[in-house]
Design a protein around this ligand. Structure first.
Ligand code: HEC
Ligand code: HEC
Ligand code: HEC
Ligand code: HEC
Ligand code: HEC
Length: 177
């Protein structure tokens, strides 16, 4: 009898813990990848021109991607290193850039990828391991108008799948802290 109670207790605790955990996993695995609409941006920035035509490296603009959690977005000053000498006349997207520079205003880009606050992604770890940007972001260099869109699920089920395949950490605290 003593053992029966103990077993029952353990079983109940197990069910209490397992149901929400499996629901979370099921939700991540089985929900169709979100077909995200492309977000409108304050300036239509063409990755095509800068990456494909000019051959610029991703890290020229996303400077902290190899050393920090966040990839970072370029400042207006960085854009103006080149665009000071490229005439904006008759090109409204460049006129907006020059106006922001003259008024000392940052450009408020809308976020395309964004994890909820309770979960953490670290770019530097993945990039120094040797993963290409395109593994998670697709061919950004070919994304002209209307702009960058999210091409990979990048929710928990997706993170865990790759982590399991590559022998990376699976414990909750590696991503939730
Ligand atoms: C000349 C600067 C520049 C270069 C070079 C550049 N980017 Fe970007 N990138 C931007 C700007 C500006 C934005 C914000 C506007 C947008 O989202 O379209 C951006 C946005 C992004 C985003 C979406 C960010 C978000 O909000 O989630 C990704 C992903 C990205 N770039 C990846 C890349 C990759 C991969 C490369 C190299 C193949 C690259 N970028 C090269 C300037 C650049
Ligand atoms: C290394 C130099 C360089 C940097 C840095 C750079 N650009 Fe450019 N950009 C160019 C060149 C060159 C062109 C092509 C200009 C042309 O067609 O005459 C261009 C084209 C563009 C265009 C398209 C203009 C049009 O309508 O034809 C936009 C918009 C633009 N850049 C915005 C930006 C923004 C925003 C940044 C910073 C995030 C940036 N650029 C950083 C060199 C640069
Ligand atoms: C293993 C998948 C993965 C790889 C590889 C990866 N990213 Fe990301 N990227 C993400 C995720 C997930 C986010 C959302 C992060 C968040 O919301 O905290 C993101 C966000 C971004 C952003 C938006 C803002 C920011 O500062 O984080 C940019 C820009 C970006 N990535 C660029 C790049 C570039 C450039 C590379 C290659 C050098 C790259 N990423 C490689 C998964 C990846
Ligand atoms: C395409 C494969 C892949 C995807 C997708 C991926 N990761 Fe990773 N991740 C790795 C690899 C490989 C490592 C281990 C790198 C090492 O050991 O040096 C890693 C390491 C990490 C680490 C560092 C753990 C530590 O050692 O402290 C965190 C945090 C992390 N990933 C979070 C995420 C999150 C959050 C997502 C989803 C948004 C994600 N990863 C998606 C492959 C991936
Ligand atoms: C490799 C990274 C990673 C690991 C390890 C991880 N998670 Fe997550 N988790 C995420 C990401 C990213 C999200 C946010 C996106 C989403 O909702 O799937 C998330 C979301 C969640 C959510 C919220 C789901 C919702 O509906 O909003 C819960 C709860 C959760 N995780 C619990 C756990 C538990 C418990 C563990 C350990 C067994 C764990 N996670 C391990 C990356 C991870």
């Amino acid at each position: 009898m003593r053992y029966l109670r103990l077993i029952l207790f353990v079983a109940i605790i197990f069910v209490i813990l397992a149901i929400p955990a499996s629901l979370v996993l099921a939700r991540s695995y089985f929900l169709a990848p979100t077909a995200q609409p492309v977000k409108d941006q304050p300036i239509h920035f063409p990755h095509t021109v800068h990456v494909q035509a000019l051959g610029m490296d991703c890290t020229y603009c996303h400077r902290s991607v190899t050393v920090e959690a966040h990839a970072g977005l370029p400042s207006v000053e960085l854009c103006m290193q080149c665009h000071k000498i490229i005439l904006p006349q008759g090109r409204p997207e460049l006129e907006k850039l020059v106006a922001a520079f003259q008024e000392n205003r940052p450009i408020l880009w809308n976020k395309v990828h964004q994890l909820p606050d309770h979960s953490h992604f670290v770019h530097s770890v993945h990039v120094s391991y040797g993963l290409e940007c395109s593994t998670c972001h697709g061919n950004v260099g070919a994304m002209g108008k209307p702009g960058v869109k999210q091409v990979r699920d990048l929710r928990m089920g997706d993170c865990l799948n790759c982590h399991q395949q590559m022998g990376a950490r699976m414990d909750c605290s590696s991503c939730h802290y």
